[in-house]
Design a protein around this ligand. Structure first.
Ligand SMILES: NC(=O)c1ccc[n+]([C@@H]2O[C@H](COP(=O)([O-])OP(=O)(O)OC[C@H]3O[C@@H](n4cnc5c(N)ncnc54)[C@H](O)[C@@H]3O)[C@@H](O)[C@H]2O)c1
Length: 437
């Protein structure tokens, strides 16, 4: 099939590559010229494991091309996937859907016959219906709109796209569902179920799923707050409750909380949309979920002050600034937020990250960049592990201890071997754990 993918960020590039890998002829449309230039020269503009290699492979097959604007060829695609961003609006909790509408309107102006548009961006429930009206008016015929939310996780994005747990499609038109079945055929043949739903349900599935995941993380972090004052251990507690199969162990790891370009803005966007619909009270608990999450960041700053006193001039190394390992995405990153707050309190903060220093660009010059963990650790008075990259888990505490001025570490992700670090003479503070020496 000839397929258009509009908006080539984390979602769009992955989707475009995945569709090309399935054998479709894919035309990617990206309005940012810098990104377009990189993609056209075979480079993924961000870090995502395996995606760079996959992009090169599919580009060689001739199945994938990129352009800035639509032309007659791209307008005639059998499916147009909308993958543009829906960030939080500045000054409000609402999702900013302006990019979705702008991209859809650009497309509506160039299409001349039967057109199927498939939204993949995460949008407030009700968006697709408005979009269908606006596109049809501009195009001069009934544009078919379906919503096909995306559940990929950064770090395993391509694998998630090619082997999803389920494919959700919301549509008013069975022809759109059939075209999507055709597009996803190899995935469906592997046993992945496709759920054909009504449009509002499909739109809601995505925000409901993210709200549930965020709630689960904040639940265990709320328990961590209690554990800290009660002298209990959150890792043991999570293990014990996670063994109940109704609860499950996944997403039950306490730490400095969630971040990224999805969960925080999606729960806030959901709060805002539910209020518009007059059912704000039904999801008001998400406000607490957000607050518990942000309080974990406060807690790290508080611990740093408790341990070091006035932070003015104190040397602190932050290990990991991406919002999660195996990604260079800094959007709403908890560890970067903590780094900036420690720096604002006068600390001399160095940051290390295996992949994300490039994403900082020239922003936040107050943060010193450490290319190597060892150089960053030199004379440090406190280490804060904020993102659980695997290489941090395998640091040898004995030799590492020789570099620092003070063997003090806050494990913000509960991933370090407490006994080994303590045996090497470190004072290790683990969030929610009764292990402090
Ligand atoms: N990142 C994820 O892990 C993920 C997972 C599932 C769903 N989502 C959802 O997918 C959507 C996109 O997320 P993302 O992380 O890829 O965002 P992103 O900001 O990384 O990418 C969006 C891209 O769209 C481009 N764009 C904007 N307007 C355009 C236009 N008119 N024409 C062509 N290109 C245009 C931007 O330049 C940018 O490159 C969001 O709604 C997000 O919530 C993201």
């Amino acid at each position: 099939m000839k397929i258009g993918v509009i908006g080539l960020g984390y979602l769009g590039v992955t989707h475009a590559v995945a569709m090309a890998k399935l054998g479709h002829e894919v035309i990617g449309i990206e309005s940012d010229r810098e990104k377009l230039k990189l993609l056209s020269s075979g480079k993924v503009p961000f870090f995502e494991p395996g995606l760079q290699e996959a992009l090169i492979d599919v580009t060689k097959t001739g199945n994938l091309s990129f352009q800035e604007k639509h032309d007659r060829n791209s307008a005639s695609c059998q499916l147009h996937f909308l993958c543009v961003g829906t960030p939080q609006e500045i000054g409000s909790y609402a999702a900013d859907t302006s990019h979705v509408f702008a991209a859809a309107e650009e497309l509506a102006r160039v299409v001349s016959e039967y057109t199927i548009v498939v939204g993949k961006s995460t949008v407030p429930v009700g968006t697709a219906e408005v979009l269908r009206g606006r596109m049809s008016e501009l195009a001069g015929f009934n544009v078919i709109v379906a919503w096909n939310p995306e559940f990929l996780r950064e770090g395993t994005a391509l694998e998630d796209s090619l082997n999803p747990d389920r494919i959700v499609v919301g549509s008013w038109d069975s022809a759109a569902v059939e075209k999507l079945r055709e597009a996803y055929k190899p995935i469906l043949d592997n046993g992945t179920p496709l759920l054909a739903l009504d449009v509002p349900t499909a739109e809601l599935v995505k925000v409901a799923a993210n709200s549930f995941l965020a709630t689960k993380i904040s639940f265990i972090n709320a328990m961590a707050e209690v554990a800290e004052v009660a002298g209990a251990d959150i890792v043991d507690l999570a293990e014990a409750i996670g063994m109940d199969e109704r609860i499950g162990k996944k997403f039950l790891r306490s730490g400095v909380g969630f971040g990224g370009g999805c969960l925080p803005k999606d729960i806030r966007g959901f709060l805002s949309r539910a209020e518009e619909l007059g059912v704000g009270a039904a999801v008001d608990f998400l406000r607490n979920v957000d607050e518990v999450n942000l309080r974990r960041r406060d807690r790290v700053v508080e611990l740093a002050q408790q341990e070091l006193g006035d932070l003015q001039g104190k040397k602190i190394l932050v290990l990991g600034i991406s919002f999660k390992p195996d990604s260079d995405d800094l959007r709403d990153s908890p560890s970067l937020d903590v780094a900036l707050r420690l720096s604002a309190l006068g600390a001399k903060v160095r940051v290390h990250d295996p992949m994300a220093l490039g994403s900082l660009g020239d922003r936040y010059p107050e943060l010193e960049r450490a290319k190597e963990i060892e150089t960053g650790a030199k004379d440090a008075e406190l280490i804060f592990l904020g993102t659980e990259w695997s290489e941090y888990k395998s640091i040898d505490p004995a030799s590492f201890g020789d570099l620092v001025a003070n063997k003090l570490i806050i494990d913000g992700r509960n991933v370090l071997d407490v006994a080994a670090w303590q045996a090497a003479g470190w004072r290790l503070i683990a969030l929610g754990r009764n292990v402090h020496n």
